[in-house]
Design a protein. Sequence first.
Length: 229
Amino acid sequence: MTSPILDDLPSAWRDAIVGAVPPAALAALDAFLAAEDAAGATIFPPARDRFTALALTPPEAVRVVILGQDPYHGPGQAHGLAFSVAAGVRVPPSLANIHRELASDLGITKPVSGSLTGWAKQGVLLLNTTLTVRSGEAASHAGRGWDAVTQAILRAVDAGPHPVAFLLWGSHAQKAAAFVDTSRHLVLPAPHPSPLSAHRGFLGCGHFSRANAFLADHGRGTIDWAATG
């Protein structure tokens, strides 16, 4: 079927998931987004940035998956990478805790920028399960069809030829473990880095060093976690 969503996906990802997304879910998502546009709703991230994570991290390059929920819903924050904000944008609390864990785990000095583009370019797929949101309305586009698309992406990563580390922070992200073959891939669960839950085990989880150890053991190099922007 033809679909604006599929048409806009980077070609490598489109080829990887074609046929895996139920047509009814795609049709519902396309219709919902068209209705939002017709109503004049302000949607984040801007359409040009909707698939930034997929554009920067093609299927064959994925070494780590970090799964978020939905994009930041404040003006200027979301730019298509889970947990990331563009350079010059104030660092949100969850990302500040990610920076704290980087310092604790690897001794990395707090980055100047909140951008995680440098991770994406190294094979860290920074994927939200819902890829759009209304301004000021968290989770406003959840349950509208994006899950079918992102689940197909996760299944494609799981079925790929190389072992991958999945960093699943929070109960929502941890549901993705159902799509992962743990005999091939590494799954690291932890509480969400939000200030509401980070102290329950995200801080001190050591996921960055553990992911690198797994990648090195499987001949996939390591991520330079200090190269964020």
